[in-house]
Write a protein that binds this ligand. Structure first.
Ligand code: PGA
Length: 242
């Protein structure tokens, strides 16, 4: 794993966007997996601008979503579904046939997981972009998640439920999430983990300095063979060596 520190959120986002575009250029049939959240939003907007502006051919790529809030409809502006369409797929002009997202309204969550597991097993994820939660989660791989986990429905940690309210305009009940598993995160061809801002400084300190283990899933990135932790100076401000 490599740690890259950028001056600010704008530079961090530009670097992540460039890595997304590089992946698509070097493998036009790439399978890309994207997280949602405040962190990657600008990187996606910049990647979409670049793809359209530079006429990058994205028609052979396939896109999957890292996770979703169970029970939240895709029309809700707090859903991962809505976010990815709004900031990435629509601006990049991606055809719906190139996208597979978890159906958070599915009666059978296990079946949703099976579909995602199959897709990943057949193609392998070339590039995954993730944020990191205040509790160290990656997607909805909450503290305590087994490193060998595949896609699963997870009971959400209290911190995730509390912090998660920020995405929703109206009061919603968020109890469970559906997510790609840690094993699949660790097996990606390239993993970009992004974090910015002062509030993520203690999270990044733990990610890099705490013992690697399920108590703080983000620590596992240190074992990823092609992992990049992309952070801004504020997020790096509590590191021993920063
Ligand atoms: P954020 O979420 O980008 O909104 O901070 C990160 C996460 O919970 O994974």
């Amino acid at each position: 794993m490599e740690v890259k520190i950028y001056k600010d959120y704008n530079e961090l986002s530009a670097a992540a966007a460039a890595m997304i575009i590089d992946c698509i250029k070097s493998k036009p049939e790439a399978l890309l997996c994207f997280a949602t959240g405040d962190t990657p939003r600008l990187a996606y907007q910049k990647a979409a601008e670049s793809a359209i502006g530079d006429k990058i051919d994205t028609s052979g790529c396939f896109f999957i979503g890292l996770d979703e809030w169970m029970g939240i409809p895709p029309t809700n502006t707090g859903s991962c579904h809505w976010f990815l369409h709004e900031y990435l797929f629509k601006p990049m002009d991606i055809d719906p046939t190139q996208i597979h997202l978890f159906d958070a309204l599915a009666a059978n969550g296990e079946e949703e997981c099976r579909k995602m597991n199959k897709l990943i097993a057949v193609n392998g994820i070339d590039l995954m972009v993730v944020g990191v939660g205040m509790n160290g989660h990656i997607g909805f791989n909450e503290p305590g998640t087994n490193i060998n986990s595949l896609a699963h429905v997870a009971a959400l940690d209290e911190i995730t439920r509390t912090v998660g309210r920020k995405y929703f305009e109206d009061e919603v009940t968020i109890g469970k999430g559906i997510t790609v598993g840690l094993k699949q995160v660790m097996e990606t061809g390239k993993l970009l983990m992004m974090a910015n801002g002062k509030k993520k400084a203690p999270v990044i300190k733990k990610t890099l300095e705490q013992a690697i283990g399920p108590d703080f899933p983000a620590t596992f990135i240190r074992q990823h063979k092609n992992g990049f932790l992309l952070i801004d100076e504020e997020a790096a401000s509590e590191l021993k060596t920063a």
